[in-house]
Design a protein around this ligand. Structure first.
Ligand code: FES
Length: 172
């Protein structure tokens, strides 16, 4: 009999604990609702950085750049034909991050097939079609930098269309 009473006491304690946990969850839920009501501003203010002048570019010879800061390597390439996202008088100048989106290995440019290639796990990205991945372990395309050319032929980078490897925000 005593043993049965102990079981009942234990059951009541358990239920009380459960009720407390439910109340706690309700409070957390209310807090979560409040947090959602004021979302953080996700918009990123990109810097406008001069990368080069049109006169410095040679068709199919990549120029090393850094954007949006010195810890983010990339390439600026004049491809000699109109391409996706290409700017300039010939619509053929593009720029990409050279950090592989998979695990951040530094990639190199293959001028024969116009791809950026990763030595880590062999992902390949086609620079003629917006950095689309054509092979390998990466799960997203290569970040392409938004470019602008001014009246003097100076080329500026002013944004990126994907998250640069290793970052929670492209602009730190
Ligand atoms: Fe480039 Fe893995 S780091 S494919």
């Amino acid at each position: 009999m005593r043993c049965k009473n102990m079981v009942n006491v234990g059951r009541r304690q358990f239920l009380r604990g459960g009720a407390f946990a439910t109340a706690g969850a309700a409070v957390a839920s209310v807090s979560g609702t409040q947090a959602k009501a004021t979302p953080a501003n996700a918009r990123v203010d990109y810097p406008s950085n001069r990368l080069a002048n049109l006169s410095e570019l040679v068709v199919n010879e990549p120029l090393d750049i850094e954007y949006p800061d010195a810890d983010s390597p990339g390439v600026l390439i004049k491809l000699g034909q109109v391409v996706e996202g290409g700017i300039g008088p010939d619509g053929d100048i593009v720029a990409f991050s050279t950090l592989c989106p998979h695990k951040g290995y530094y990639m190199s440019y293959n001028s024969e097939d116009r791809t950026l290639n990763c030595p880590g796990h062999f992902s390949r990205f086609d620079v003629e079609v917006g950095g689309q991945q054509t092979w390998g372990h990466a799960t997203n395309n290569l970040p392409q930098f938004a470019l602008r050319v001014d009246d003097n032929g100076d080329i500026y980078a002013e944004g990126a269309d994907e998250l640069i490897y290793g970052r929670l925000s492209n602009v730190l």
